[in-house]
Write a protein that binds this ligand. Structure first.
Ligand code: SF4
Length: 317
């Protein structure tokens, strides 16, 4: 689960949230507080569960689709997933829901096919597209198909070149973040920009890297050495251009330089000319592999709490 209690947006992600029995109630509660919910789903259960949710401007289905039928089914290793997702999207739109797609591009992506897929998605009637380069975060099982920064920028330029004014792709991301993906902005990561809450606690430093957990939001914000993360600072971050850390940097830039952001939004993303220089990696600290240890000890803590609760639950029952 990725969420923040201080900012208005609230996201639920990772795993498959529709398996959670109380989710409709949780979503209703958040929407009632006028906070935005982007419910990320692989859509396998979405069609069946649509009737448990109500359309709202505060509620958006965010359907995971990594490209056309062949690309997506290959990406998730499950034939038929694309068709089920598309059926659910169409039914959701018929019922009046807001629907986005979230699309991760890997190094096998071809610009022509990605552009054609974006056209098709807009034809389904989706309200927005969220696109991000796949990143080799440490827990992902398939490390060999992630993009490095140079390839990411070229791929995004090649995709954006194929967009035309007729196509009108509607991205649910800032114009400056898209410009960054195309190599026209040089941003440092803002790792605290999308705080991640999991069953283990607040994950440090971001949802891609798990290097410890804070019990409270305050402990996360004030007890994390944020400057030790990000491209150029840490080996594990070397190739990352993911929205988790860089969308927040783009938004800060847009707030500080609104005319620049407006210019990119009006002119479109630059797809020609020299790219901005890369962040040097010669001073980054080496990777530390602490993830498994943290999760193992947290799982043990949870197991012990559950063991303690068992007799109380039996008595209560
Ligand atoms: S660069 Fe930022 S968002 Fe990417 S893995 Fe590192 S801390 Fe996380």
């Amino acid at each position: 689960m990725r969420s923040t209690s201080v900012a208005r947006p609230w996201f639920r992600s990772r795993g498959e949230p529709l398996l959670h029995k109380q989710l409709p109630e949780i979503v209703r509660g958040i929407v009632a507080r006028k906070k935005f919910v982007y419910l990320c789903t692989n859509a396998l259960l979405m069609d069946k569960k649509l009737s448990q949710y109500e359309p709202s401007t505060f509620f958006t289905w965010s359907v995971h689709l990594d490209g056309d039928k062949e690309m997506h089914d290959h990406s998730v290793c499950q034939p038929g997933t694309y068709d089920r997702a598309v059926t659910a999207i169409k039914h959701a739109k018929e019922r009046g829901f807001r629907v986005n797609i979230n699309c991760t591009l890997f190094n096998t992506a071809q610009a022509d096919r990605v552009a054609a897929f974006f056209d098709t998605a807009m034809e389904f009637g989706v309200d927005g597209i969220t696109v991000s380069p796949g990143y080799a975060y440490e827990r992902a099982p398939d490390q060999q198909h992630f993009l490095n920064r140079g390839k990411t920028k070229q791929l995004f330029r090649d995709v954006f070149k194929r967009g035309s004014s007729k196509t009108k792709w509607s991205f649910s991301q800032s114009s400056l973040f898209l410009d960054f993906l195309a190599g026209n902005q040089s941003y440092h990561c803002t790792p605290w920009g999308n705080p991640t809450r999991t069953i283990f606690g607040w994950q440090k430093p971001c949802y891609l890297l798990g290097e410890g957990y804070a019990k409270t939001f305050d402990e996360l914000m004030n007890g994390t050495d944020w400057d030790s993360y990000g491209t150029g600072n840490y080996e594990k971050c070397a190739n990352c251009m993911v929205h988790s850390g860089y969308e927040a940097s783009a938004v800060q830039d847009a707030v500080a330089h609104p005319l620049k952001a407006m210019g990119v939004a009006l002119r479109g993303i630059g797809t020609e000319g020299a790219m901005k220089p890369e962040i040097p990696l010669d001073r980054q600290r080496p990777a530390q592999y602490v993830f498994s240890k943290h999760v193992e000890s947290k799982l043990e803590e949870i197991r012990q709490v559950k063991e303690k609760e068992k007799p109380e639950l039996l008595q209560a029952g």
